[in-house]
Design a protein around this ligand. Sequence first.
Ligand code: GLN
Length: 493
Amino acid sequence: MSVVEKSVSELHELLVHRDVSSTELTKAYIDRIHSADPDLQAYLTILEDQALAQAAEFDRKIAQGEDIGTLGGIPMALKDNMCTEGVRTSCASKMLDNFIPPYNATVTDRLRAAGTILLGKLNMDEFAMGSSTENSNFAKTRNPWNLECVPGGSSGGSAVSVAADEAAFTLGSDTGGSIRQPAAFCGVVGMKPTYGAVSRFGLVAYASSLDQIGPLTKTVRDNALVMNAIAGHDLKDSTSVPYEKPDYTKFLVNDIKGLKIGIPREYYGEGIDSDVAKGIQAGIQTLIDLGAEVEECSLPHTEYAIPSYYLIATAEASSNLARYDGVRYGYRAEAADVLGMFKTTRAKGFGPEVKRRIMLGTYALSSGYYDAYYLKAQKVRTLIKQDFDKAFEKYDVLLSPTAPTPAFKFGEKSANPLAMYLSDVTTVPVNLAGIPAISIPAGFVNGLPIGMQLMGKAFAEGTLYRIAYTFEQNTNYHTLKPNLGEVLARGNR
Ligand code: GLN
């Protein structure tokens, strides 16, 4: 087994016992990126020199006997909407093509403090708007399980680089499913934490009341390890919650006896691929065999989640993206006067999906329509949250497919925004309610991975890890790898 295929916890053992140095490890990942990424296009920026310098610094420290922590020396990568001081942060948009942040996001700082090595920045849908990474202005990220298929989105690069061993772990952001759905499409583990559990400081805002950062990893243990490093209160983010951060690895026990799992029937309705439903059903049976108590339940307002999400998210986006006016930073178009400059900058700087959402959101917020659309959507949001509150009085977690279908083909949905929006039906309610949810590998349909989503009470990430870990220990889906033979051969040519 090549070193790049190993989990974070395995790599940690190798580093501690000096079986491998961080420099060797970093070189191995850079080699892998050079051979796999010409086809897969997960990376927008590769930080070869900086990564090797960070690794050398780490190797000096370990040689001096310094404590390396659980993530020290581990090569990872970040979605390109997380600010990295001195390193371009483009959000896959022409608008931020030349943006070099003068500061780090809190997650960037925390991972640096943990001793990780930053390999580069990852492709995404422009400003995290999308479900396939097809809205990137710069690259076409492919699904390593089938190059004709999308990797999911918006954190497509974050999922692909983990699945194809181009990074030991990555971070993504999730506003309506953008960590979980690409994790499901690529066969990796993705956690969307409770709103406020991980700082958003330095995350380029899409929809501020929904955005959360979280880890994408090969295993559940790795995911808990990364959460340990990034979660916790941050004074720089006013929506960050001061809470007692647990050691998430404490929840990694192979035992779910007596836990109560609710199966919301609305998540198995129209639009859910029957093979996906069957696959998840088999996963549920595994959990029953392991001692969980499973029961069908109802989240009656689920059908209103998509419309209310696409009103609230676009309204917030229209406000957040008003700052890109060509004046302060980012792209600026030439024009005869100031007004012309604003207009041309925004016309040329944003791609079609971003513009569509700014228009939708501005309309929803405009006077005369505010009450009918935005305010109504906020009220529905409360009803959706109350559905969850009620369900959690009875159940420890709720379980559903992460996405209604496996990865779809390029172009299959991109011409029809509504079809693309509907593919988020199983993920957006979680963001509206602010609760945590994890996607774990749960089988295959037509050779493509599918994900099982576990949803929990606010700050119950630990319970999600416990069930996810137990499922993982008793199944082998997470050990199966895409066949990259031809991809690597082409890249090495
Ligand atoms: N697909 C959803 C959207 O387009 C979610 C995106 C996300 O979570 N960033 O808004």
